[in-house]
Design a protein around this ligand. Sequence first.
Ligand code: ZN
Ligand code: ZN
Length: 177
Amino acid sequence: MVFAYDSEIALQSAVELVNSAEEPDTLTTVAELDAFLARWSYSGRRERTRAELDAVRTVRPRLRALLTAERDDAAELLNGMLEEVTLRPQLVRHDDYDWHLHAVDYDDPLADRILVETVMAMIDVIRVDETSRLSVCADEGCAGVVLDLSRNRSRRYCSTACGNRNAVAAYRARRAE
Ligand SMILES: [Zn+2]
Ligand SMILES: [Zn+2]
């Protein structure tokens, strides 16, 4: 494990959320938002409205900026985000997740909670100087965010689709030599 368990979950879900904005956008309906939240066992209040969905969609570029920033810039961005919200840290246990940190109230708007959860995880990342674990996909045509939690820091692609496409291209290039 590179980061605290709950930080890793928060980072993984934030990366998935950010990457949902890549074409074709896969977060365009309340049902898609439901599925995303269920996959990551998101707890807390839900509106299940278009407005809530739009708020989550709007938070994606902000998360992307935070996740892909250089360490010093990330710290500055993060401090700005912390000033926007009221923190109320609580250790909680729900679904299959053991004790972990919730930094804001269950009743706060979903998009705010997602933002804060990502911010809390990034505090971990910045403190231990591991922002290099986050990068942009090495595929030429892809801007997906990559979270590398592997021991040997070998992850370069945002998805198996991008990884496979490049493996095939590399194979062809070798054969053509
Ligand atoms: Zn939780
Ligand atoms: Zn990619």
